[in-house]
Design a protein around this ligand. Structure first.
Ligand SMILES: Nc1ncnc2c1ncn2[C@@H]1O[C@H](COP(=O)(O)OP(=O)(O)OP(=O)(O)O)[C@@H](O)[C@H]1O
Ligand SMILES: [Mg+2]
Length: 452
């Protein structure tokens, strides 16, 4: 449930569906003007999601898009850093051939680069390598953090609040929603203009601009509060430090030692204060900042919609495993790991894919075959589990396991020696699970309901 400003509740799914529907209709209408006779079936939709989102969040977006009238068959979810990588590699580089030849090396086969997606909410860092075919492969994925551009807004809000006087500021904002919204908007707009070593100014609601303030480094002149460079730069310092620390950590890892370039994308990459700091601290890297960085992910997603498989693989974000009921016995597994079938019972976490394993898109990643050994077993339920910890769990009873889906099959009473084969393959953004019950020739395919 989401709450509006007056505390009224609405289902998040409805809110997201409304937003998607609104954008979809706008885009379709505009496309129709350009392409005569365009029909809904001719459009494939790409929705971008942060790489750090979990499976259920992705499933949620699919549900919302479906509700918004998008046929899920005509929908692809794209991971944002991948879209950014694709755009930078395929398009931006064409321009740099003309402008600056040095940049081109960044995208030669074998070279590695880091993408820093600086958004409003989060900062997401991933490291990619260009392979022989020119496609991209993820070599390291670092989960991001909540240090995006909104953090600056929040800190400016708090600064103005403390300059004016916390209690009266809060009381005023509580009463005057319109003023509150205008100040939020003012902060968003004005912060974009702030440059290193320059003053910042924000227009205040008229009531507040009459306040007499005693604060070193700030002054109210007419309807604006002017904040001195040293005070305002403190606001940026903390937030940029978080980003730089995280980036340093990523760049000091073994996996990233061949990285030559950093690509800064996302709206927050336009922030001069942040860009300057990154350029200074990471001056041994080639720092690439495309024009209009907030459009990179979107444009990359569009290119991905046209390209077949520009990304060949990524690393598994979690350990994936199965929970299998008693009465099923494993008879074979492809790519055997150290699995002690004799000790296997209902509570075991039967590993499918280990966290960090490279996964090739479109390929089968694991396969198990089971045989039904118990007379009682007529309803087979195989759970699909994930675990976020670095070490794989041995038992599903461990708290770290989350069930993300389930495969269900009914076994007719007579065919007890039925063999069930579970095949897991990796799609663009999700895992597809297929269960084949050989004797019956039945095939169940599912994308699992990650919502449950
Ligand atoms: N010139 C600028 N200076 C500072 N911040 C900026 C500038 N231009 C855009 N931003 C900030 O960039 C952020 C928006 O970036 P972007 O559009 O990439 O975010 P998003 O993709 O919606 O967010 P997320 O990736 O976290 O979901 C906002 O916080 C905005 O204030
Ligand atoms: Mg973003």
């Amino acid at each position: 449930m989401l709450e509006d400003i007056n505390g009224r509740k609405m289902k998040a799914l409805d809110v997201f569906a409304c937003c998607i529907e609104y954008i979809k209709n706008k885009v379709f209408k505009r496309a129709e003007e350009a392409v005569r006779g365009l029909t809904e079936e001719q459009v494939h939709w790409m929705i971008t999601v942060p790489a750090i989102w979990n499976e259920s969040a992705r499933q949620f977006i699919i549900a919302a898009a479906t509700k918004a009238g998008i046929n899920p068959e005509l929908l692809t979810l794209v991971l944002e850093p991948e879209a950014a990588a694709v755009f930078c590699k395929y398009v931006e580089i064409q321009r740099s051939v003309i402008e600056n030849e040095a940049n081109l090396e960044v995208f030669q086969p074998g070279s590695q680069f880091v993408i820093v997606d600086l958004g409003g909410g989060t900062v997401d860092i991933t490291c990619n390598e260009v392979i022989e075919t020119g496609q991209l492969r993820e070599i390291y994925h670092a989960s991001g953090g909540p240090w995006g551009g909104n953090m600056i807004n929040l800190r400016i809000w708090k600064l103005i609040r403390s300059i004016i006087d916390n209690a009266s500021f809060d009381a005023y904002m509580e009463e005057n929603t319109y003023s509150k919204l205008s100040l939020l908007k003012e902060i968003e707009e004005e912060k974009m203009k702030i440059k290193p070593n320059e003053q910042a100014a924000f227009k205040l609601p008229s009531y507040l601009s009459n306040t007499k303030i005693k604060y070193k480094g700030a002054e109210i002149i007419k309807d604006k509060i002017h904040i001195n460079p040293d005070v305002i730069s403190k606001v940026f310092e903390y937030a940029t430090e978080q980003v730089c620390n995280h980036l340093s950590k990523v760049l000091s890892r073994d996996e990233t030692q061949n990285v030559k370039a950093l690509l800064l994308v996302g709206g927050y990459a336009s922030c001069e204060m942040l860009k300057e700091t990154i350029k200074q601290k990471f001056n041994k890297y080639d720092i690439i900042c495309p024009f209009i960085p907030e459009m990179i992910v979107l444009k990359g997603a569009v290119i991905m919609g046209h390209e077949s498989r520009p990304i060949i693989g990524r690393l598994a974000r979690f350990h994936y495993g199965l929970s299998v009921p008693n009465g099923l016995r494993i008879i074979q597994k492809k790519e055997t790991t150290h699995l002690h079938t004799e000790f296997y019972n209902e509570l075991n976490f039967l590993p499918l894919i280990s966290k960090g394993t490279p996964i090739r898109i479109g390929e089968e990643v694991a396969q198990y075959s089971f045989i039904v050994t118990s007379e009682e077993l007529t309803d087979v339920q195989i759970g699909i589990l994930i675990c976020e910890d670095d070490k794989a769990p041995s038992s599903i009873a461990e708290n770290s396991c989350t069930k993300i889906g389930q495969i269900e099959a009914k076994i007719p009473a007579l065919s007890k020696l039925t063999e069930i084969t579970i095949i897991i393959s990796c799609d663009e953004t999700e895992f597809k699970v297929t269960a084949v019950i050989d004797e019956l020739g039945h095939r169940f395919s599912t994308r699992c309901s990650f919502l449950h």
